[in-house]
Design a protein around this ligand. Structure first.
Ligand code: NAP
Length: 280
């Protein structure tokens, strides 16, 4: 009999997770099946109890449940505590254990592109929401040299930095302060929702004067594949990386937590590109 897996969220119709996970099960000869379920906020607890009763092996969690799900789990991995949110849950002997693979997924998507050791990297993260928090904590834990944080709501960035248990140097700036900042960055990470389809002409800040041809500019948005922010990065000669890498790597990390097997990330990437190109 196949082991059951799921992703829960609302909306969920456009999720690409079933495609890549079911392909990975098939490709690795694992008896698993992954399905997307639309779960509203008021039926979250019932959905989680239902999956436990049906002995689901694990599930992913997406918007709007990444924080609320935590109160229905039996324990949390450090990755979830650090991120303050859960995107992956595994059934360990009848107990739900929550993880967060967004931060490590992001790191995996850029690690091969870094031109210097992480300890020497000066980075800036634009945005201080859920995704930013996981990425900040992961990079801080791994010993990155410095991270500046830029956000529209400055208090949110201050809280994010204060709650990270790994002290890391770096300034906190508003979007306006960043525009007049004189620093040059090795890595720029765009984590706000600005620039997502259909608002494809928008970008949170300009990169002018902040990057050169060795800088990596990552935008975690993947629809569109090339945001206005990434287009500016390319015009300035920087290395542009879209959010597909983070998406497939977070999925691959979830897959490993559930099955102890590493899926073929290249294959997952191809599937996502085919799907996204077909959709645009
Ligand atoms: P979130 O928690 O809601 O945070 C949103 C962030 O965007 C906050 O920093 C917010 O600033 C900022 N923001 C939103 N609208 C803004 C505006 N009009 N002007 C200035 N700043 C604005 O969202 P999230 O979960 O972190 O997700 C953020 C993005 O990452 C989404 O586009 C999501 O699709 C993408 N994402 C991608 C992956 C992947 O695998 N590639 C994974 C997770 C998320 P304030 O604090 O001032 O509100």
């Amino acid at each position: 009999m196949k082991e059951m897996y799921a992703v829960i969220g609302d909306p969920i119709g456009h999720s690409m997770s079933p495609l890549i996970h079911n392909d990975a099960f098939h490709n690795l000869g694992i008896e698993g099946y992954y399905h997307a379920f639309r779960v509203s906020e008021d039926s979250l607890e019932q959905a989680i109890e239902g999956m436990k009763a049906l002995q689901f092996k694990g599930f992913n969690v997406t918007v709007p449940h990444k924080v609320d799900v935590m109160k229905y789990l039996d324990s949390l991995d450090e990755s979830a505590t650090l991120a303050g949110a859960v995107n992956t849950v595994v059934n360990k002997n009848g107990k739900w254990v929550g993880y967060n693979t967004d931060g490590i997924g992001f790191y995996r998507s850029i690690e091969n592109r870094l031109s210097k050791p992480l300890e020497e990297v000066k980075a800036v993260i634009i945005g201080a929401g859920g995704a930013s928090r996981g990425i900040y904590a992961t990079l801080a834990k791994r010993g990155i040299g410095e991270i500046d944080l830029v956000n529209r709501t400055i208090e949110r960035a201050i809280t994010l930095k204060e709650q990270c248990p790994f002290p890391i140097s770096g300034k906190i700036m508003s979007l306006e302060e960043f525009e007049s900042e004189q620093s040059r960055y090795d890595v720029v990470i765009q984590t706000t929702s600005i620039g997502m389809s259909p608002n494809v002409l928008e970008q949170p800040v300009s990169l002018k004067g902040k990057v050169d041809h060795q800088s990596i500019v990552a935008d975690i948005i993947y629809n569109p594949l090339k945001t206005a922010f990434l287009k500016e990065a390319e015009r300035l000669g920087a290395i542009a990386i879209n959010g597909v890498g983070m998406f497939v790597h977070q999925a691959a990390e979830s897959f490993y937590i559930w099955t102890n097997e590493h899926p073929d990330v290249e294959r997952m990437t191809q599937i996502v590109y085919e799907k996204l190109k077909g959709a645009t």
